[in-house]
Ligand binder design. Structure first.
Ligand SMILES: Nc1ncnc2c1ncn2[C@@H]1O[C@H](COP(=O)(O)OP(=O)(O)O)[C@@H](O)[C@H]1O
Ligand SMILES: [Mg+2]
Length: 261
């Protein structure tokens, strides 16, 4: 179960906005990668492109060398939580997972396993409408784990969690990466994942600002927080530089990313 995710020259243009500009980076198996950047940096867009939910304007996003659409049994390879709004409040947690399991071609026993992994077994027969935000986050993670995927893409999974919930999330992600999975966790709040991320990838304004071992960020004695602010601030300062972006189609206008500040 070692499946890297590789972005190669990944570019996504929304009209005049370069959501991603020529981003090349690898997410490695067996590691938790913190995918960091301020709001609007392009993190969600990158995850959507990896999952084939949108098409790149240029470049590619490959999972174990293949595009998502080319994967034979994608849910067995990639589990993702892009947003947690899609729950039916009247359904129980167990019923929600059972329906997902059916769709994913996964046996009912796996529902019980993932309920245990996310420590939700005790609340599995309660209606989701009664769940706290933290419980919904756990349920979403359970859904992503149903196919026992080699790659986990979690978009802002710490959003709205209390400190205890964040500590739980960190332990759980560590364990999942320890099993050899490629775990990518986005956040706009460095402190949520900074401490547990083996590797850190920082985006700002759609551009790659840093990719490497998290320890490299603090090697000079700088704090993680200050390194993050420095790297993302530099991006803002250079955002007025024109960035050549390949147009999505010949008719699409070329845009510089300096129009947003
Ligand atoms: N569907 C879309 N249409 C137009 N602009 C979009 C769309 N999705 C994202 N964007 C823009 O792309 C940029 C990156 O957004 P996003 O990937 O959501 O950033 P992040 O997840 O890092 O906060 C933002 O400027 C955002 O407004
Ligand atoms: Mg986002």
């Amino acid at each position: 179960m070692t499946t890297p995710v590789t972005l190669c020259g990944l570019t996504k243009q929304f009209g005049a906005v370069a959501a991603l500009a020529d981003v090349s980076v690898d997410f490695a198996p067996g590691e938790v990668t913190g995918f960091l950047g301020p709001n609007g940096a392009g993190k969600t867009t990158a995850m959507r492109l990896i999952l084939g939910l949108a098409r790149p304007s240029a470049g590619s996003a490959l999972i174990g060398g293949r595009r998502y659409a080319e994967l034979d049994r994608p849910r067995r390879i990639v589990g993702a939580v892009i947003e947690t709004a899609g729950f039916h409040p009247g359904r129980t947690g167990r019923a929600h997972l059972a329906i997902l399991a059916l769709g994913a071609g996964v046996g009912a026993a796996r529902v019980e396993e993932v309920l245990d992994v996310v420590e939700l077994a005790g609340a599995a027969d309660r209606r989701i409408g009664t769940y706290s935000l933290g419980m919904r986050q756990r349920l979403a993670l359970a859904g992503a784990l149903l196919g026992d995927p080699a790659v986990l893409l979690l978009d802002e999974p710490a959003n709205g969690l209390d400190p205890e919930g964040i500590a739980w999330l960190r332990r759980t992600l560590r364990g999942l990466a320890g099993e050899g999975r490629t775990v990518v966790v986005s956040s706009h709040v460095l402190s949520e994942v900074g401490q547990i991320a083996d590797a850190t990838v920082i985006l700002a304004g759609g551009r790659l600002r840093f990719a490497g071992p998290t320890t490299e960020l603090t090697a000079s004695g700088e704090s993680l927080e200050s390194a993050f602010l420095r790297l993302t601030a530099t991006a803002t300062a250079t955002a007025t530089d024109a960035v050549p972006i390949a147009p999505a189609a010949p008719a699409a206008p070329l845009a510089s990313k300096g129009e947003r500040s």
